[in-house]
Design a protein around this ligand. Sequence first.
Ligand code: DC
Length: 223
Amino acid sequence: MRKIRIAIDGPSGSGKSTIGKRVAQRLGFVYIDSGAMYRAVARQALAAGIPLMDEARVVELAQNLTIEFVPGEKGQHLLVNGEDMTEAIRTPAVAQGASRVSAIPGVRRALVRRQKEMGAAGGVVMDGRDIGTVVFPDAEVKVFLDAALPERARRRYLEDRRRGETADLAATEKDVAERDRRDTTRADSPLRQAEDAVRVDTTGLDIEAVTRRVLDIVAAKVG
Ligand code: DC
């Protein structure tokens, strides 16, 4: 397989990271979770007591963070300023915070620049909201994953429960809907399907079925 770039975009809970990881593994590619980078900025701002509406300070923080993805025993780990933040960025508060800081243009500029560098050599699957539209507009393969809101909320709810959090399905659905609204209506790089992306509705499909569908799309494009 040529060292192409595969962009996977879509709303929260559409299965991007689960599918992205599996597709990367099957192809021997590197997987990069761009949402984890926005989460890292939000987590550090919250921990440092920086108000998320203080754009200048949040941008400065984003510009100065070191963010690394390193392989670990149970999958990839996220190191922020050298500290393992893999679990700490997965809370609902950090998810909402990430959605807020990702609307700040200076934060996006800082992270998009690094994402472009990370993908420059190819052989990469990157998931996010603007990968096919902004980060790699010339990616060889673009996939837009989507699913009905109740199903996306249910997936997030089960994930939270698995992590031992006390989750509430109705509250999770409200949370996901609120993030959808913010991510699709922000002025800078809103979530939208690239014109040349293939849309896959994952409602009612299991992980293996979606993985196969994406690998078929890859094979059809570059086979
Ligand atoms: O994929 P995720 O839930 O980890 O992303 C967290 C937030 O980061 C999401 O609400 C929107 C933002 N994000 C973004 O704006 N652009 C990306 N490429 C990835 C995530």
